[in-house]
Design a binder for this molecule. Structure first.
Ligand SMILES: Nc1ncnc2c1ncn2[C@@H]1O[C@H](COP(=O)(O)OP(=O)(O)OP(=O)(O)O)[C@@H](O)[C@H]1O
Ligand SMILES: [Mg+2]
Length: 378
């Protein structure tokens, strides 16, 4: 749809999956966004968010007001801080000053969001060629963060406009693969790309499932971190995904979870899949020992596998050295966010049904691997 056809102030929107209608979103008078499944989808579709949107003929209205009135699963399609910043700059650049609704934002995502859900109408604000010079793009991101101006703002928006997370990033196709490539934010150390890459190698060694990662070369810094996207398969089919925040309708901006909750979520959603429960336990141990404290509810994702009609844990992402505002883990470990140790980690594993010996072996292996491989960062 061309820019002249963009009509802001939308009151309803169609949600699709693989070009099939899933249902309708509608803004109610309290500024909450109601959702109902389409009749056809009710017949042979699946629940897109099993706890809050079971597959039932009903008008669902969010109980809380965490995501500008949206259910978490639709908020997952919206960009976070970086994409929102780009959008506001692009709107300004194109002199669109009208206030936009949350449904307008979803229409601006249209078919370009992460995961498998798409939205109609699908508004395209800009059409540009993508750019492959990563140093140039990184500099453009820096300009966006530090000034109100960037020469290639439209290209940045098109390449990253619908991605999640706070850091500058792009989604791009390189070397026959789909990548997310991240650039340093102004608060980041200059070697953040290399750090995240080293963290990913160590995490894989610790038995944590991740997609291929790569350090893309740079003339300006030690490199840019890239990760192959997991929300599409080899045949380019898009995979439906949901963050823990979306599934639990949890506000990811405030510390609201414990790893007990995450383990319970993994058990229920995956139907007690041992491999996923164990992988979640490994991620918790890794986050504690590698000082990844920004372990918020949007940094854990589950994928829906349509062939088996089952949910599974997604590959891990966003594993870096991080502090939070209060210096504590955003997701506490057996109630302890400040200085969790072996006792708390064991309690979480055992409560989730894992054997004491297994927990202890995994925990000690991860502790020593992290201490050795990431020693320059800790
Ligand atoms: N390999 C991947 N495949 C598909 N989606 C991904 C992948 N890696 C990350 N994502 C999605 O992109 C979002 C942003 O990625 P990431 O968390 O790494 O960025 P960030 O900007 O560092 O985040 P934060 O704001 O948590 O610091 C994630 O929340 C996740 O939904
Ligand atoms: Mg993140």
């Amino acid at each position: 749809m061309s820019r002249s056809n963009i009509k802001l102030g939308l009151k309803s929107l169609c949600v699709k999956y693989e070009n099939r209608v899933v249902g309708t979103l509608a803004l109610d008078k309290n500024k909450k966004v109601a959702f109902s499944y389409d009749e056809g989808w009710l017949a042979d579709g699946f629940s897109i968010s099993p706890f809050s949107l079971p597959l039932e003929e009903k008008v669902f209205i969010p109980e809380q007001y965490h995501y500008d009135g949206l259910f978490g699963i639709f908020a997952d399609s919206l960009p976070d801080a970086w994409g929102r910043l780009l959008l506001s700059r692009v709107l300004k650049e194109h002199h669109i000053e009208q206030e936009i609704t949350v449904l307008d934002r979803l229409a601006l995502v249209g078919k370009n969001g992460m995961g498998a859900l798409t939205y109609e109408p699908d508004y395209e604000l800009v059409t540009t060629e993508s750019i492959n010079d990563l140093d140039y793009l990184s500099e453009q991101c820096r300009q966006v963060l530090q000034t109100a101006y960037a020469e290639d703002l439209d290209a940045l928006y098109e390449m990253a406009g619908s991605s999640g997370g706070a850091r500058p990033k792009i989604l791009t196709h390189l070397e026959e693969k789909d990548w997310m490539i991240k650039f340093p934010a102004h608060v980041d150390r200059n070697d953040i790309g290399k750090l995240e890459y080293d963290y990913s190698l160590c995490a894989k060694k610790c038995g944590i499932d991740m997609t291929e990662t790569k350090l893309f070369p740079s003339k300006e810094c030690k490199g840019y971190f890239g990760t192959v996207l997991f929300d599409r398969d080899e045949k380019k089919n898009r995979i439906h995904m949901a963050t823990a925040a979306a599934l639990l309708e949890a506000d990811f901006n405030v510390p609201c979870m414990d790893y007990h909750t995450l383990m319970k979520l993994t058990r229920i959603l995956t139907g007690e899949k041992k491999q996923d429960i164990e992988n979640m336990f490994r991620r918790m141990c890794f986050n504690v020992f590698s000082h990844n404290r920004d372990d918020h509810a949007k940094n854990f994702t589950f994928l829906y596998h349509k062939e088996t009609d089952r949910w599974g844990l997604s590959p891990a992402y966003d594993l870096t050295y991080s502090n939070t505002y209060f210096g504590e883990h955003t997701t506490s470990i057996d109630g302890n966010g400040a200085n969790p140790g072996e006792k708390e980690l064991m309690n979480v594993g055992i409560k989730a049904g894992m054997k004491q010996k297994e927990c202890s072996e995994i925990l000690h292996f991860i502790k020593s691997t992290v201490a050795h491989d990431l020693r320059e960062y800790l």
